[in-house]
Structure formats: structure tokens, C-alpha cells
Design a binder for this molecule. Structure first.
Ligand code: ADE
Length: 422
């Protein structure tokens, strides 16, 4: 594929459906809408090129519209081979004239050629979900780095990669860690992942959750949300962890906590959300129950050792869309969902718009922050400024029709004092 293509999408005729879904999502994104309206008036991104590498969903489309309203010339590629909504990609190209390089189910070569195409857009600002654009820019495409004033990063896994690059002294421009905003990870990672992962599990399998033993890998914000929602549906939830503090929290939240070697024997459903590799390995498949379901909702498809599962199996076949059945030597069957890729986006539609509203408000305002301050920043990972985070929380509450109290003058003084006790 030529990297100079204006766009590369599956099917332009899907645009009308995509547009409907973009507009449906927009109804639930009032914070982003208010930013878009201000951006239209103030044009804070005028003249800036943005290369975004995000899940191509109806919610992302509304972010792209917002960047465009701010004056940006934005291009979009997929941040995962299985998460693209082809109708949305078509509408972005046809209705909004945004170059998109993304096809659901693309192979790895196409995936990376699409990232290259987005980099060919010569960005002033990069916008990543998983740090793939920054990864390629710092590898094969270093000649494009000089034009970049800064970047943003959406997800935990991407931030981990960026901090590793920063620690090596290799980060070549400032990046804002959107994931670290409270209005992002408290809500998107917890309630978004909790709900959308269950959505993916149900769409793929249509199983009853009640009464099953569900093993959740990792008790970070995503794992917490997922465990909570699985419990709400009647599962007996087991948490596996490596961090003693998080494990303790899971215990006090009322979950069973045990090593994966033990959990492997009792689980009916396994879902990883750790951000690390080979959490579920050969020795664990070897002791799983017949019919066990194994899935991942972390960013990369590395949490389940799929080659080991293939090695153990005598045969494999697709038994439903997104469900691959592996038959082991002794006749037991293990079902892998969505090729071990993030279940919520591969088999469902990702997080609902209402929660992406806050995540993408953070993205839009962080892009504006970089446009205004990029030249003064160092080449390191920055948190989203506190005033942006608080403004998003305030706006979200307002759109939900929720009012809260303000400190009285007396309370303010009390909090600022050290000599007032009982
Ligand atoms: N990540 C999780 N859910 C998402 C969505 N709906 N759109 C874009 N990125 C996401």
C-alpha cells in the first residue's frame, strides 16, 4: 500500500450509518460539545496538523470533529487492528473530510502502514492511544520529530511506554498523559471498562454470568470496574494481582484473591486487564476446566499466551464470531475471545459516549494546552493541568443536572489553619 493515500477505509458506502451513530454518540457528549462550540469561536488549533492514532469509534469521531472545529487539520489511524468501526471511518472521510486510515480486521502490516500514513501527515501534535505513533516516530520515522511540538496519550499502557522512553532520556517532545487525569481514569477505566467489557463478553458468547466464577487479572482501575460489574451480574469474582496493596484492596472489597495457578483451576471466565505480558500461560491452560472462556481487555494482545494455547491444542475452530475454540489433547475445550485483543472494542462498541465525553474533553483541552504552551515545555511526560481536570468535572456535573455545595468562608479558613482543633 502506498503511504501517500488520502485515506484507506473498508467501504465508503457505510457513511450514512456511521453518521447516524456519530450523531447518536454526540447526544451523550455534552462536555465535548461545549468545547467544540468554543473551539469554533476561538480556533485555538488554527494551522496545526494533528496525527491521531485512536480507536476509530463514534465517540472518537466526535473528538475529531472538535479538533477540526478548533482549526486543526487532523488525520486519524486505528490504535488497534480490531477496534475500527468501518461505518464511522466512512462517515469521517465522506461527511467530515477527515483522512482516516483504518479497516477493521487489518493485518499487522496494514496496521503499521496506516500509522505511517498518519505520520506522513507531518503532525505538530500527536494523539496516541497506546503510544504507537510516538513509538514509530522515535524509531523509523525520526526525521518527522522536529516538526512535533507535543503529544497526548490516552491509556495506561501508552503512559507506561512513554515513561520508559522518558526514563531512558529518549523522549523527543513533551507529552500530556490524559490517562492520569482524574476525570479520565476514575470514570473511563473503571465504569467504561467495567461495562463495555461485559458488553463484549455478552455479545461474543451470550452466556449467563450469574453463578459463574469470573477471574479478573489485575486490580487497577479497569480491573476494579470489571470486578464490580461482574459481581453485579451475579458472578463469584476472583482477583489475581502482584501488587500487595491492590490485592489487599480487592480482599477488603470482598473478592477472593489467589495466584493464577489456583484461579486457573476454578475459573469459568478469565479476563485480563493488567497491561503486562503472559499473565495466562501454558501451565494455566493445562489445568483449566472444560469450556473455560479466556479474554483480555488490556490494550495489547499479549496478556494471554496464545501461541502456548495453540501448542497445547490438537485443533481449533471458530464456533461463533469472536469465539475461537481450542480442543486440548484430553478433549477439554478452551474458548478464546476476540483473538486476545481488547474485548470491549473488538466484540462490542467500546466505552459508552457519556464516559468518553470526559476522556475526549481531556484530549481536546490537552491539545489546546500544547498549542498554547508547547514551546515552553520540556521533553517529558506531563499530567493534565489540574484546572482542566476540575473544569471537566464541573461541566460534567452541570450537564448531569447535579449541583454541589461550596465551602463557607469559615470552612475555608478552618482548612487553611493549623491551630484550630476541638
Ligand atoms: N476506548 C475505550 N472505549 C472507547 C471508545 N468508545 N472510543 C474510543 N476509544 C475508546
Amino acid at each position: 500500500m502506498s503511504t501517500t493515500l488520502k485515506h484507506d477505509i473498508a467501504d465508503a458506502s457505510l457513511a450514512p450509518l456511521g453518521r447516524q451513530r456519530i450523531e447518536w454518540a454526540d447526544r451523550d457528549m455534552p462536555v465535548l460539545t461545549s468545547i467544540r462550540e468554543r473551539f469554533e469561536r476561538e480556533r485555538p488549533l488554527e494551522g496545526l496538523r494533528i496525527s491521531a492514532c485512536l480507536h476509530v469509534t463514534s465517540e472518537t469521531a466526535n473528538l475529531m470533529r472538535t479538533l477540526q472545529a478548533g482549526g486543526a487539520d487532523a488525520a486519524l489511524c486505528a490504535s488497534n487492528p480490531l477496534s475500527t468501526q468501518d461505518d464511522v471511518a466512512a462517515s469521517l472521510v465522506n461527511d467530515f473530510e477527515i483522512p482516516v486510515f483504518a479497516i477493521k480486521g487489518e493485518d499487522d502490516d496494514t496496521y503499521y502502514s496506516h500509522i505511517t500514513a498518519a505520520i506522513d501527515h507531518a503532525p505538530h501534535i500527536t494523539m496516541d492511544d497506546g503510544a504507537d505513533v510516538i513509538g514509530v516516530l522515535h524509531g523509523d520515522r525520526r526525521e518527522m520529530i522536529d516538526g512535533v511540538i507535543g503529544g497526548t496519550e490516552e491509556t495506561t499502557t501508552g503512559v507506561i511506554r512513554l515513561r520508559a522512553l522518558e526514563a531512558e532520556g529518549g523522549l523527543a517532545f513533551p507529552v500530556v498523559s490524559v490517562n492520569d487525569a482524574d476525570t479520565k481514569h476514575f470514570f473511563d477505566n473503571r465504569y467504561g471498562t467495567g461495562q463495555s467489557t461485559l458488553d463484549g463478553l455478552l455479545r461474543a458468547t451470550n452466556i449467563l454470568i450469574a453463578g459463574r466464577v469470573a477471574v479478573v487479572g489485575g486490580y487497577g482501575w479497569c480491573g476494579r470496574g470489571l470486578a464490580n460489574r461482574l459481581r453485579g451480574m451475579g458472578a463469584n469474582v476472583v482477583v489475581i494481582e502482584v501488587d500487595p496493596l491492590r490485592a489487599l484492596e480487592a480482599v477488603m472489597d470482598g473478592y477472593s484473591v489467589m495466584p493464577i495457578a489456583e484461579a486457573a483451576k476454578v475459573g469459568d471466565i478469565f479476563i485480563t486487564a493488567t497491561g503486562d505480558i503472559n499473565v495466562i500461560r501454558k501451565e494455566h491452560f493445562a489445568v483449566m476446566k472444560d469450556g473455560a472462556i479466556v479474554a483480555n481487555t488490556g490494550h495489547f494482545n499479549v496478556e494471554i499466551d496464545i501461541p502456548a494455547l495453540s501448542d497445547l491444542a490438537d485443533g481449533e475452530r471458530e464456533v461463533r464470531p469472536m469465539v475461537q475454540e481450542y480442543t486440548l489433547g484430553d478433549g477439554r475445550k478452551i474458548h478464546l475471545l476476540a483473538e486476545g485483543r481488547l474485548l470491549n472494542l473488538a466484540s462490542a462498541e467500546g466505552h459508552p459516549a457519556s464516559v468518553m465525553d470526559m476522556s475526549f474533553a481531556n484530549q481536546a483541552l490537552s491539545a489546546e494546552f500544547i498549542a498554547k504552551n508547547g514551546g515552553d515545555l520540556e521533553n517529558r511526560v506531563y499530567e493534565v493541568p489540574k484546572d482542566i481536570d476540575e473544569e471537566i468535572a464541573r461541566l460534567k456535573l452541570e450537564t448531569l443536572g447535579v449541583q454541589i455545595d461550596e465551602l463557607t468562608e469559615e470552612q475555608r479558613r478552618y482548612l487553611a489553619s493549623w491551630d484550630q482543633g476541638t
